[in-house]
Design a protein around this ligand. Sequence first.
Ligand SMILES: [Zn+2]
Length: 281
Amino acid sequence: MYIGFDIGGTNIKYGLFHEDKLIEFKTIKTSDGEILKAMKSVISKYENIKGIGIAAAGLVNYNDEVVFSPNINEFRNVNFKKVFEKYCKNVKAINDVNAMALCELKYGYGRNYKNFIVLAIGTGVGGAVVINRKLYLGTNGFAGELGHVKISLKGRRCRCGRIGCLESFVGRRYVLERLPSNVDMIDVYLYAKRGNKFYLNVLKKISKYLSIAIANFVNILDPEAVILSGGVANDIILKFTKEYLENEKIYRSIDILLSNFKDKAGVIGAVINILHPEYIL
Ligand SMILES: [Zn+2]
């Protein structure tokens, strides 16, 4: 049996796999500072673990170490191999959106493309770059941090320390900061779906920023498709983003899609990362 983890800021998702088939999936609430403890308590419930795959929000290097995470303080220089070695020797970690891209590549829209990017818009904004059907991780393993590409000289400071990052315009926490305190992203979506102008405008703004960023990525990478995912992405944003992209002068047609995987892509990708190293460039 393999265990796949997907670690975000507010919860831990994990899946149990028989080879690469997901047989059980769970989400548990946790808080920053308690994450590794919660993971250990999950792992210690099971015997005969053949591998532990971890998808972590943050910069994950080739040594299975998360060195920095803008949204999780506990993830500073944590080597998952060392932390979990007494439970299992076969431990592999990867950035959470890179894991999602592995899932898209093997099971999702990514099956149809050679070159594509994934843009995951949630608490933070992450990305992944697939070139010739392989995930590109770069020199240190940190490639694809598309949320921290600068799209403005002004704005509030991003959690990474810079000003003007895409994340600081479209990430959940930054969007919600400007809205009444009882409103969550799902409310924004539902109000907009019913035609509420104010909330439609909130989604339009997000889409405008996304289209600018996507045009930048297209100019660098010339992908065939961009797959949007994460809790902030939805069909309204997809529609507006496509419209705004028409004005961004990219001089080619490109598919913009909404991922079909709700919340399981990270754990599935974490285990693909153990079982299918051929997908890594
Ligand atoms: Zn940033």
